[in-house]
Design a protein around this ligand. Sequence first.
Ligand SMILES: *Cc1c(COP(=O)(O)O)cnc(C)c1O
Length: 367
Amino acid sequence: MINVSSVSLPPETEELVLEVLRSGMIAQGPRVAELEEAFAAVCGVPHAVAVNNGTTALVAALQALDLRPGDEVVTTPFSFVATLNAILEAGATVRFADVLDDFTIDPAAVGALVGERTRAIIPVHLYGLPADMAALEALALPAGVALVEDAAQAVGARFGGRPVGSFGLGCFSLYATKNVTSGEGGMVTTADDGLADRLRLLRNQGMRRRYAYEIPGHNYRMTDLQAAVALPQMARLKEINDRRAGNARELTAGLEGIAGLVLPAEVEGRSHVWHQYTVRVTPDARLTRDELAARLAEAGVGTGVYYPRLMHDYPCYQGHPLIRADGGTPRAASLVHEVLSLPVHPALSDADLRRVTEAVRSLLGED
Ligand SMILES: *Cc1c(COP(=O)(O)O)cnc(C)c1O
C-alpha cells in the first residue's frame, strides 16, 4: 500500500532525542529555543514562539491581539476545523469568505466582509500554497486589521519572495503528518516585539518571572523532547520541500490530459510546498471522486479527502452564536465534493509515483 502520508525522520533525530532524555531536562529548554531560532530564520522575522500544537498557535495568536466579544475574524470555510475552533476559543465572531479555484481565500470576498468590527483576517495556505498575501495585506493594513496566517501546512513556502509567517502572526503546526513534525507541536512567528512578548507570557501562565503574573495565561509550552524531533528536519527543510516539489512535478507530468481531472496549479510568484497534491475530480470524469478513491485503495494507492465538508457544516456548529455564515460560499461548497489528495510525501520512490499516476490513468483515462 502506498500511503497518502508517511513520517520519515532523519537518522540524526534519535541521537538528539536521547541527548535530551539523558540530560534530565525534558520540558521547555535549550532545544525549544533552538527550534524557535530555526523557525524565525526560515520566516525571516525576529521572533518565533513555540507552543504545544498548531491549534494552540492560532488560539495564542488571537489572544495576543486581545480580541473583545463582538470582534470579527474573517476566514475561509475550506480548512481543517482547528481554524474555526481556535477563533471560537478566542471568543471572536467568525465570518466566512469564499475561496478561489486554487483553494485559497478570495481577497475580493474578504474585502466585502471587512468592516468596523473586523479585527483579524486568517488566510489558510491550504495544501502548502500561499494565499494572495499582497491583496490581503492591501486590505488589512489601511483598515488596521491584523493578518494571522494559518501556515500549518506551509512551512518554507513563499509569496513574492517573502516567507509565509512574515506577514503578521504566522501559525504553524508540527503535527505528525505535516512537512516538519515533532509529533505534536506548534509555532507562532512575528516581527512585532510587543506581540512576541505577549505570546511568551500567554504561553507560560502570564508569568514574567517566577510567580510574577502580568496577564491571565495558560500552559501552551512545548518540550525539548518535541523540539529535538523537529530540529533535524528544520536543518533539511529545503531538501524535504524540494523532494515534495519534485514528486508533484512527476505527478503532474503523469496525469496531464485526463478528462474531468483538474490538476493543482502552480501560481506565479508563489512557491508551493506541496503538503498535499490535491486534484479535483469534476462531473466530467469517468468516476465520481469517491468511486475513484475506493478503486485506488483497491489498487493499493492511498488517498485523502481534505476536507469532505466545510468547517462549520456539522450539527455542533449549527446556530452557534459566534458563527455568522450568512451569504454562503458556493465555490468552497462545491470543492469539498471534488478534492482528492494523492501521495506526494518525500518517502515515495519513482516506482511509487509511476504506480500512482498509472492507477489514476487506467481508472479515468481514455486508455
Ligand atoms: C494541522 C492544521 C491545524 C492544527 O494543527 P494541530 O497541530 O493539529 O493542532 C490548523 N490548521 C490547518 C490548516 C492544519 O492543517
